[in-house]
Design a protein around this ligand. Structure first.
Ligand SMILES: CC(C)(COP(=O)(O)OP(=O)(O)OC[C@H]1O[C@@H](n2cnc3c(N)ncnc32)[C@H](O)[C@@H]1OP(=O)(O)O)[C@@H](O)C(=O)NCCC(=O)NCCS
Length: 177
């Protein structure tokens, strides 16, 4: 069982009971504004997403973590690693991603979870390069990437939706936790 504790958070694998909580986040247009084409995601698709992420954990040895608040045990969203199959431009690089419920924004949780994810990538999985694919205009994600020490590397377009994206990257061999 892969679990990481940070000062305020538990990063863990998914279980079925997470579906309604992630579905609530996925149904919120504020949370989905910069994801894909900006559409919200329904509960059935959320359940399929979680199933797919768990398969990725089993196959790759890494994946997207469910992020829980220590203490209350609330699921606040996810942070983690994936191979962005939908985006051949960056494969085989491993991509870091994040999505939290809006009520949890602005408290440093994404940065805290993402730092722990990069440490996990390097120390537990020997991954030495991680990218983040961020839509133009998504200032919050740009700031999280900057705080992680990721640098903008190149601009491209989303293969399916045509929207402009910037690929940020970090060489983890130079990563300072
Ligand atoms: C991106 C996201 C995960 C950031 O979560 P968060 O917990 O608020 O981030 P943090 O509190 O760790 O903030 C990191 C930095 O970004 C800044 N920031 C946060 N929200 C911001 C916003 N809306 N605009 C500009 N900067 C923002 C913070 O001020 C902080 O920088 P600082 O420490 O220099 O002040 C969150 O906004 C989110 O879930 N968005 C919706 C999902 C999404 O768009 N995911 C990315 C799709 S690729």
């Amino acid at each position: 069982m892969t679990e990481i504790h940070t000062p305020r958070l538990l990063l863990r694998r998914w279980h079925e009971g997470d579906v309604p909580f992630l579905a609530e986040i996925n149904a919120d247009p504020r949370a989905m504004r910069w994801v894909g084409d900006g559409s919200v995601i329904d509960a059935d698709t959320t359940a399929e997403e979680i199933e797919r992420w768990e398969e990725e954990w089993d196959e790759e040895g890494f994946g997207l973590f469910a992020v829980e608040l220590l203490g209350s045990g609330e699921l606040i969203g996810f942070t983690g690693l994936s191979v962005a199959e939908f985006f051949p431009d960056v494969v085989p690089d491993v991509a870091i991603g994040w999505r939290l419920g809006p009520q949890f924004w602005g408290q440093g949780y994404a940065s805290e979870a993402a730092h722990a994810t990069l440490e996990f990538a390097l120390q537990d999985r020997g991954i030495d390069r991680v990218v983040a694919v961020i839509r133009a205009g998504d200032k919050a994600s740009e700031n999280v990437a900057r705080k992680l020490g990721m640098a903008p590397e190149r601009e491209t377009d989303h293969p399916a939706y045509g929207v402009p994206l910037t690929v940020h990257a970090i060489d983890l061999t130079e990563y300072q936790a």
